[in-house]
Design a protein around this ligand. Structure first.
Ligand code: MEV
Length: 409
């Protein structure tokens, strides 16, 4: 039987309740119809026997009712810029960690991944409106340009600690969004090892009043941009073509098939979405393990995939002659706004553990690791898809999951 629809007073009681009370109210309302074993699993796995976890969740989000444990695994075998890594990955999907480890081990035999990342520059944006004509837009932009020193000074108190760490104000720029759409003011800041969302939002809000005063316009909104295209990360690898042989395909043919699969993703957006989903299987799992903002990382990666006007592959593959024969080259380039201090990664014990497993990297280093993981994940997927397929490996784990569920019911 469907539980009775809770009314507004139930919602109000939930808001005022403690985590434990909220859990009890919801269990009574919605979980009565489950068998006792399954109900117990639901309560235990969401934190019933872990009051500290429940307190922590209550600290992290509003109206918490517990946690959903996502498995945390280690993809091993990564050699990135000459250093070996065990990559923490939080994912509910089978095969992702095995695939990343497989690709990483192969690539590590031939020098591993070479990576780079830009300085951690992020943008805050203030959108102004209320200008009567295109000429008024231009005058407002000129006034903002002329006042850039005083706007920078207005941010100094907020940026003092960032400056001490080697970051801080980078630039301010005003652009017309087209008459009637208003003006966008972009403040670029070096956020060092932070993801920087709070700081950027505070900077944007601090400039609301000065910008209204300077231009006579009205602020519509002030918020960071997650686009992060000033903060690109890249990774690449080389493998002897002969070593790409798989499932009865010669090395040359297997490498050709990988390149052809990537070419399809560059031509057909419906394939590119799946191709890039595979890239993000690795990057998002690392992002979550490190307590970073998966939505921010994903949104700007997908926006970048469409930066040419068509949604395409984030990765590239080609063949080049090497000293000992032809080599398959793989590369990836994407914006990566990782943080290693502050926010959830500064407080979440598991995120702190993941960062420790990585040797407590700085944010730029974490972005480079993420690029290598995304490329490994994609190479593993394309290698399997264009050879024996992926279902074989998937099905074994799937069967284990079904057996577990049947036992639980
Ligand atoms: C599955 O999660 C990811 C893949 O679909 C990626 C791809 O098709 O490239 C295997």
């Amino acid at each position: 039987m469907e539980p009775a629809t809770p009314d507004a007073s139930f919602a109000k009681k939930l808001r005022k309740a403690s985590v434990a009370e909220r859990r009890e109210m919801l269990a009574n309302q919605y979980l009565e119809s489950f068998g006792s074993g399954e109900r117990q699993d639901m309560l235990e796995f969401s934190g019933a026997n872990n009051p500290r976890l429940l307190d922590f969740c209550d600290l992290m989000v509003e109206q918490s009712i517990g946690a959903i444990p996502v498995p945390l695994g280690i993809a091993s075998g990564f050699l990135i810029d000459g250093r070996h890594y065990h990559i923490p990955m939080a994912t509910e999907e089978p095969s992702v960690i095995a695939a990343a480890s497989f690709a990483a081990s192969r690539i590590s035999h031939y020098g591993g991944f070479k990576t780079r990342a830009d300085a951690p520059l992020m943008d805050a944006q203030i959108f102004l409106e209320g200008f009567a004509s295109p000429a008024a837009d231009s005058i407002a932009i000129a006034m903002i340009d002329a006042a850039s020193d005083s706007l920078r000074d207005a941010l100094s108190p907020l940026l003092a600690s960032m400056v001490q760490r080697g970051g801080g104000f980078h630039s301010i720029q005003a652009d017309s969004l087209g008459h009637g759409m208003g003006i966008k003011v972009t403040v670029r800041i070096n956020v060092c090892d932070a993801m920087g969302a709070n700081l950027l939002n505070s900077c944007a809000e601090t400039l609301r009043a000065p910008l209204e005063r300077i231009t006579g316009g009205k602020v519509l909104m002030a918020i960071l941009s997650n686009q992060a295209e000033a903060r690109m990360a890249e990774a690449r690898f080389s493998l002897p073509v002969d070593d790409c042989a798989r499932a009865g395909f010669s090395g040359v043919e297997a490498a050709r098939r990988i390149i052809a699969a990537c070419a399809i993703a560059n031509t057909d957006p419906s394939r590119a979405v799946t191709h890039n989903k595979g890239v993000m299987n690795g990057i998002s799992a690392l992002t979550l393990a490190c307590g970073n903002d998966t939505r921010a990382i994903e949104a700007c990666a997908h926006a970048w995939a469409a930066h040419t006007g068509q949604y395409r592959s984030l990765t590239s593959y080609w063949i080049e002659a090497g000293p000992e024969g032809d080599e398959l080259k793989g590369s990836i380039e994407l914006p990566a706004s990782f943080g290693t201090v502050g926010g959830a990664c500064g407080i979440h014990p598991v995120a702190r553990m993941s960062l420790a497993l990585l040797g407590n990297p700085r944010a730029q280093q974490l972005s480079r690791i993420a690029a290598a993981v995304g490329l490994a994940q994609n190479f593993a997927a394309l290698s399997a898809l264009t050879a024996e397929g992926i279902q074989q490996g998937h099905m074994k784990l799937h069967e284990r999951r079904l057996a577990w569920r049947n036992k639980a019911l």
